[in-house]
Design a binder for this molecule. Structure first.
Ligand code: FE
Ligand code: MN
Length: 360
């Protein structure tokens, strides 16, 4: 049944059949090619909701005071391990954030076809820009030589291997893919799993945990706060890529073979072993209340949550979270005073947010 909309003296008829056709032509991959960014009719509701959610979490590095961090950095009370962790974090994330953003722009956003997916992936890429910018802000505030961070990235083998692990995959997909072929669909699904669940979902969490441990000891309040906001953004990115992955598999059942599932579990096992080697470089000695064994166990725990999240069996059934406090600290949704007025300003209700499915 066609609906008639009246605006002033004009009326418009919505062609219901056309709308339904447009809706059913929307797919994660191999959907209808369109030159228009037609977000409506919304098929992937979760993508639009995540976009809104991400936008409401908007933050800017310059809003976070760095005075205490600067005093601490210039002072004498820091241990060598504490300085090392900060440098490793800045060095690793300076490049990693860019690698994720680049893959989102040049692989993921290019290959998906539904506009609401492109919308939320655009926001994802922008958040990686904010994260990269927050590292520039940390580097300049502390007066760290940027070339020192860059060379760390090239000289430390455990960082190098983590980078290769994701970059080689991303580079390989930067060409015309024939996504009607099962192997190529699997290659794309693997890329989504690799970036969302292995890299952002698991390999970011060693350093996140270390920085938040320092923050919990009242060290580096500015840097700690920025990493908390970054982590909150990452939770949305992991969820975005998890949904993309699940819907891609649901729409393309040929992808989900026994051998492909095993390939993904092997990939996660490799990600975990790279991360553990990296953790040992970050924490060469147990110090400032941090033990590399506990961080490694934490990575095993996180990796299994990611695997289960996409319907795969864990690698270490029954492994316990050694840092229950970390889960609490990561949950900053409850925080009341987040940028005071600014958040409510960003959270303006939109008409679209209230449109029911049957009206689209
Ligand atoms: Fe990020
Ligand atoms: Mn991210």
């Amino acid at each position: 049944m066609d609906k008639v909309y009246t605006i002033g003296s004009k009326s418009f008829v919505l062609d219901q059949a056309k709308a339904e056709e447009a809706f059913s032509a929307k797919r994660i991959i191999n959907g209808r090619d369109t030159m228009f960014f037609n977000i409506l009719p919304l098929k992937y509701q979760w993508a639009y909701e995540l976009y809104k959610n991400m936008k409401n979490n908007h933050w800017e590095p310059e809003d976070i005071p760095m005075q205490k961090d600067i005093e601490l950095w210039r002072g004498t009370e820091l241990t060598d391990v504490e300085r090392w962790i900060i440098k490793m974090a800045i060095g690793y994330f300076s490049a990693a954030e860019g690698i994720v953003g680049d893959n989102v722009m040049h692989v993921t956003r290019e290959l998906v076809t539904a506009p609401e997916l492109k919308l939320v992936l655009g926001r994802h890429a922008h958040e990686e820009n904010i994260h990269a910018d927050s590292l520039v802000y940390m580097i300049s505030s502390l007066g760290i030589n940027p070339h020192e961070c860059e060379s760390m990235f090239e000289d430390i083998p455990t960082i190098d291997r983590k980078t290769d692990f994701v970059v080689s995959n991303s580079k390989g997909l930067r060409r015309d893919m024939d996504l009607t072929k099962t192997e190529e669909k699997q290659a794309f699904a693997k890329n989504i799993f690799l970036f969302g669940q292995c890299m952002e979902g698991t390999q970011f969490y060693g350093l996140f945990g270390m920085i938040l441990s320092l923050y919990r000891q009242n060290k580096f309040p500015g840097i700690g706060q920025m990493f908390r906001y970054t982590l909150r953004d990452e939770s949305n990115h992991i969820e975005l890529f998890r949904n993309l992955f699940m819907d891609l598999v649901e729409e393309n059942e040929d992808v989900w073979t026994e051998s492909f599932r095993q390939e993904l579990r092997d990939l996660m096992a490799e990600a975990v072993s790279l991360e553990k080697a990296f953790i040992k470089d970050c924490l060469p000695v147990n110090s400032v209340g941090l033990s590399s064994e506990e961080f490694c166990q934490y990575i095993d725990y996180i990796a299994d949550r990611r695997l289960e999240g996409v319907g795969l069996e864990g690698l270490n059934p029954g492994v316990k979270n050694p840092f229950p406090w970390l889960a609490e600290m990561m949950d900053i949704k409850k925080e009341q005073n987040f940028f005071e007025g600014r958040v409510t300003e960003y959270q303006k209700a939109s008409a679209l947010g209230n449109v029911d499915d049957d009206e689209l």
